[in-house]
Design a protein around this ligand. Structure first.
Ligand code: R5P
Length: 284
């Protein structure tokens, strides 16, 4: 049984989700009495407005658990997944904390896509939470092949962290090193890319650069520059998650031949449907 409050592009919302005048969340799951003892999958996007969406998810998990159901959270993108390491004294290990919170709210399992800290496909446990991590690598590569109408393509990842996406497709990885924290606008903080290197040839080849996510676009823009300098022919950029912060989509569109992602985070370039992949694997 699949229910969902906030994925109107994928299915008709059947959970009531409102906001009280002060901003508190209101959740109601109609027909909950009939869900006792059943596994109930809650399809809920946790981005944008991640903190609000996470809390809504927790309210749904808790409500289902109290009704005797077995809730499974299906969230194509898991926020905070990049905070799975600490660098400075006293930093929050946000990825682990979030998984622990989802578990204690009642999640029997989380189904998600290319979770940043897992770095491989399959069922694993993190922060006490069982996670089914589904790779969109193959679907993205197949989409690139369709766009190239049968022309050969070299599949590469911009760093070792995303190498599992391209392994098994003859793929190679570039080497990326991030620098120290830098201060962005207001309270924004980020770690700049110190270097991005490639030790293999791309001259005269079509290249698909595949990553788990495009956030500020810094990684992809550097990777595109690198393969262009190396003489690549057509350059395609793809990722499971596309945030496209600031003007990164425009920049990428201007520098490569195609940019596309899954519809995990909907945008004008979300061309690969993650629901069909989850269905084909019998996960929903
Ligand atoms: C990092 O290790 C990830 O795999 C992505 O490469 C990264 O998060 C992309 O971020 P940005 O678009 O800001 O460079």
């Amino acid at each position: 049984m699949l229910i969902s409050p906030n994925c109107a592009d994928l299915m008709k919302p059947d959970v009531e989700m409102k906001t009280f005048p002060d901003g508190d969340a209101y959740i109601r799951i109609p027909g909950i009495a009939g869900l006792g003892g059943k596994e109930v999958q809650v399809l809920h996007r946790l981005y944008p407005e991640q903190d609000k969406c996470i809390f809504q998810a927790m309210l749904m998990l808790d409500t289902l658990r109290k009704a005797g159901a077995k809730p499974v959270l299906v969230s194509p993108y898991l926020p905070y997944s990049r905070q799975d390491k600490t660098f400075l004294d006293g930093e929050a290990l946000s990825a682990e904390a979030l998984c622990r919170m989802l578990k204690s709210a009642g999640a029997e399992r989380l189904v998600t896509l290319d979770c940043h800290f897992l770095k491989k496909e399959g069922r694993m446990e993190y922060g006490g939470l069982a996670i089914e991590n589904v790779s969109m690598g193959e679907a993205l590569i197949n989409h690139a092949k369709k766009l190239l109408k049968g022309e050969e393509v070299e599949v590469i990842s911009p760093d070792e962290g995303a190498s599992y996406l391209v392994e098994g497709h003859g793929g190679k990885s570039m080497h990326k090193v991030r620098g120290e924290y830098a201060q962005g606008e207001g309270r924004e903080t980020y770690r700049k890319i110190a270097k991005l290197e490639r030790e293999f040839d791309v001259g005269g080849k079509n290249v698909l650069i595949l990553d788990d996510m495009i956030s500020t676009g810094g990684t992809m823009v550097r990777a595109v520059e690198n393969v262009r300098k190396g003489g690549a022919k057509k350059v395609l950029c793809a990722a499971t998650q596309g945030f496209f912060l600031k003007d990164s989509l425009q920049k990428l569109k201007a520098s490569c031949d195609w940019v596309f992602t899954t519809n995990s985070i909907p945008s004008g370039v979300s061309e690969v449907d993650f629901m069909s992949v989850l269905k084909s694997k019998g996960l929903i």
